[in-house]
Design a protein around this ligand. Structure first.
Ligand code: AMP
Length: 585
């Protein structure tokens, strides 16, 4: 398939924010794509080069892209830079400049989706000395053979900035409409902007199958291919693979022990809720891989975990779910999440950090045993398997501390013990429940003291004054609503340090924010919502000032949440429920 066909679809999707319209465009398009191009097309539609769980990345910064556009268009970098400042989008800049050039030179080669993906993958493989120059020439070559509108989307894809706003839900629905729409009699009426589904129940069955396959594969490409080739059956039979992360099961919140029992039944299992980071650990003989809750591969950053798993997990093929908690090697004291958070993105000094601030892995679930998925087996059984295969070794790897009980008094005692030993609270688990990847179905629920910090994304920042003038020192924070919109909740500038040595500093935040700047107006910059921070506060108030309708009183930055992406920050619903919770007290 020609890349230009895909570009037409990007343009169509770009022209609307209506979900049904997007689903209609996408589903018709997916039907038309050949089986052999389907996987590639889905990845590119999502603006990806690799599936989300794959740690490879193209690694091209905007500054490098400026040079590539300059080579391809023959325009000086200074000009490209000033155009970029005006539009805030290098995609549009390259469109304009390549268009100008193409008017004077002869046509371009036909790019195919295969060729585009292949070249972009090659980019990711370039490393070592001279790699920046090699990347520039490869990108320039691609841009030279591109038509102007192709160049726009190539640049955006490479910079990981697609902007077309097609969410996961839309792609999922488009796959259903495309491959099962006729069978399920899905009818979309353009004029009325309405969709009719004759048999809702059957539709939901297919939707669940697509969603579940996605939760396991973490990539819509194989899901679409399977749906096209093998139908519903194929989707249901899709198996997890050791080494490919699957979405983690999520927890609901309960307000008390009684509600915990109501949700999970009696008896239920109660476990310490550790204040660390989620780790999904895949062991396939000597190939051990560790993923965060966002399914980023962090194996290289945690060598001590690899070692613990090699030594103390007495099976060669398993996938474990766990929470890793850092501790100070010298004093043995456990550290809050914020301390180990800095290890997640580390590229240098990894050994030293793993020496000084190692983690203890608290294992609480197992989802693959001897190479077979066991997500359908009851929690109780999974836990039994775990007990047999983990050699409990404190400060290395242990089973999460737990009790199984129906007795509220016993739970209260255990809850106090959890809190007094520095944990966040308790997790309550339903004994006969399966493991549901990616779902918040209430098979595990959390119980913690009422006031909780929020995880918020930075959407704007402001240059400081006086001695802070070289830093972006005030940050506008946002939560997310159920449609994926970011809604502002206030501004924070406390909690950061003036010197880098003292912890998370204004300078470090400025370095992180600068490459994400999309627009500048006076002192204020609008940025791409990427950086998630944990924020403490005194109270949540109703407020007309911010788009969420709430404002935080005395917000303070606790630290970066490098294990979270903008899609898993605190929701508007949480703000509401925290606000209501406060009123009760
Ligand atoms: P929250 O992040 O507040 O939604 O709470 C759920 C998180 O608690 C999970 O994603 C885990 O990272 C963490 N956690 C800590 N201890 C446990 C445990 N024993 N079982 C399950 N999750 C746990």
């Amino acid at each position: 398939m020609h890349y230009s066909r895909l570009v037409e679809i990007y343009e169509k999707l770009d022209a609307t924010t209506k979900r049904l319209v997007q689903t209609d465009i996408l589903s018709k398009f997916l039907k038309e794509v050949d089986a052999e191009d389907l996987g590639t097309t889905i990845l590119l539609l999502e603006g990806r080069i690799f599936p989300r769980w794959d740690e490879r990345e193209v690694g091209i910064a905007a500054k490098t892209m400026l040079k590539a556009i300059s080579v391809a268009s023959g325009e000086p970098i200074s000009k490209i830079n000033s155009e970029w400042k005006k539009t805030g989008d290098l995609g549009t800049v390259s469109y304009n400049l390549i268009k100008k050039k193409k008017q004077s030179t002869l046509g371009s080669h036909d790019l195919t989706v295969k060729k585009v993906l292949k070249n972009l993958m090659e980019l990711a493989a370039i490393g070592g000395i001279g790699s920046v120059d090699k990347k520039i020439s490869l990108v320039a070559e691609l841009l030279t053979s591109a038509k102007p509108d192709e160049a726009k989307y190539l640049v955006r894809t490479i910079l990981n900035d697609m902007r077309i706003g097609v969410g996961e839900g839309t792609i999922r629905d488009a796959i259903i409409w495309a491959f099962f729409g006729d069978k399920l009699k899905v009818k979309y009426f353009k004029e009325e902007h309405k969709v009719l589904i004759e048999d809702r129940e059957r539709y939901n069955e297919y939707a669940d199958a697509v969603q579940e396959a996605y939760n396991i594969a973490n990539d819509f490409a194989p899901v679409a291919e399977t749906a096209k080739k093998h139908g519903l059956r194929g989707l249901e039979e899709m198996e997890m693979q050791i080494g490919v992360p699957l979405k983690v099961m999520l927890a609901l919140k309960v307000d008390g022990i009684d509600e915990g029992f109501e949700r999970c039944g009696k008896p239920a299992e109660f476990e310490f809720k550790y204040d660390g980071m989620r780790m999904q650990i895949h062991k396939n003989d000597n190939d051990i891989r560790i993923f965060t809750r966002r399914l980023e591969n962090i194996t290289a950053q945690f060598p001590e975990v690899v070692e613990s798993v090699e030594k103390y997990v007495k099976e060669s093929k398993v996938v474990l779910d766990s929470e890793a908690v850092g501790y100070n090697k010298k004093t043995g004291k456990y550290l809050p999440f914020q301390s180990i958070s800095q290890r997640i993105k580390r590229k240098y000094g990894i050994e030293k950090m793993s020496e000084e601030m190692p983690v203890e892995v608290n294992v609480f679930d197992i989802i693959n045993f001897r190479g077979k998925s066991i997500i359908g087996r009851p929690f109780e059984e999974r836990k039994d398997i775990l007990r047999k295969i983990i050699k409990n070794t404190p400060k290395k790897i242990i089973l999460a501390k737990s009790i199984t009980t129906s007795d509220k008094n016993e739970v209260e005692k255990f809850y106090r013990e959890a809190i007094s030993s520095g944990n966040e609270g308790l997790m309550i688990k339903k004994l006969d429940a399966p493991y549901k990847p990616g779902a918040r179905v209430g098979f595990m629920v959390k119980l913690k003291p009422t006031k909780e910090n929020l995880d918020l994304v930075i959407v704007k920042a402001e240059w400081g004054e006086g001695k802070r003038s070289k830093w972006l020192s005030s940050y506008t924070l946002a939560c997310i609503d159920n449609k994926g919109n970011f809604l502002e909740v206030g501004k924070a500038s406390t909690g950061l340090k003036e010197k880098r040595e003292e912890g998370l500093s204004f300078a470090e935040m400025t370095d992180l924010i600068k490459p994400l700047i999309a627009r500048e107006e006076g002192k204020e910059v609008t940025i791409k919502p990427k950086i998630v921070i944990e924020v403490g506060y005194e109270e949540i108030q109703k407020s007309p000032t911010y788009s969420s309708g709430y404002a935080l009183r005395f917000p303070r930055v606790i630290g970066l949440r490098e294990d979270r992406g903008p899609e898993d920050i605190s929701t508007l619903k949480m703000m509401e429920s925290f606000y209501n919770g406060q009123k009760k007290k």
